[in-house]
Ligand binder design. Structure first.
Ligand code: HPA
Ligand code: MG
Length: 228
């Protein structure tokens, strides 16, 4: 029986962004003109994301540094975080005595329509994950909202009997999560608001907002490209 240690004993909620955090004024940052009028504020500046990612990479190295890892990047929202996290892990690994053999695999999930989570979860590109059998798997996700998506994915990955599964989530929303779905490595705990940028989208828009993590609060129901 595979040992699945998703329920780590010492989980961190990451950097906590409180509900009353107004964010930074958009006037303090530059962002693409085609998004003028669609955004509310900058919640987490890009540099802070990078600094936090560096620390998560170190924590992952400390925990898993003696094993090889299969990184399972959850597309599309997880691609930027995964790329930066893998970069940092590689850099740390190069500068240490032991390097970690790492394999990166991509899996595509879709459960959101507009800003609403739907019951319909589609797992694409996951037909045969049998190579995960006996491996240490690090699932990398951009955002964990209700946790339903992660729960379904976890069940799917577990069915291939990996030796261990850890989850890294850049953002975790403060909603009622089932305990099995709280990531082992959390970048930021954020209010239950809809956020975009750094590869997180609203109907495929805003993935190119890689300078900052911004919220769309106040533009619900509007075409995010500015045309009503
Ligand atoms: N933004 C983008 N994608 C998401 C979010 C969000 O706030 N929550 C779940 N998927
Ligand atoms: Mg999305």
């Amino acid at each position: 029986m595979a040992e699945v240690s998703v329920r780590a004993e010492s989980k961190s909620e990451g950097i906590v962004i409180h509900d009353d955090w107004p964010g930074y004024s958009l006037d303090l940052f530059s962002y693409p003109a085609h998004y003028y009028g669609d955004l509310d504020c900058v919640i987490i500046p890009h540099g802070v994301i990078m600094d936090r990612t560096e620390r998560l990479a170190r924590n992952i190295m400390d925990d898993l540094g003696d094993h090889d890892i299969v990184v399972l990047c959850v597309l599309k929202g997880g691609y930027q975080f995964c790329a930066d996290l893998v970069d940092r892990i590689k850099a740390l690994s190069c500068n240490s005595d032991h390097t970690i053999p790492m394999r990166v695999h991509f899996i595509r999930l879709k459960s959101y329509l507009n800003d609403q989570s739907t019951e319909d979860l589609h797992i694409l590109g996951a037909e045969d994950l049998s190579f995960l059998s006996g491996k240490n798997v690090l699932i990398v996700e951009g955002i964990v909202g209700t946790g339903k998506t992660m729960k379904t994915l976890l069940k799917h990955v577990e069915s291939f009997r990996p030796k261990m599964i850890k989850i890294a989530g850049l953002l975790v929303k403060r909603v009622q999560l089932s305990p099995t779905c709280v990531p082992d490595y959390v970048g930021f705990e954020i209010p239950n608001r809809f956020v975009v940028g750094y590869a997180l989208d609203y109907n495929e828009y805003f993935r190119d907002l890689n300078v900052s993590q911004t919220t769309m609060a106040g533009c619900k129901g509007r075409n995010p490209n500015g045309c009503l």
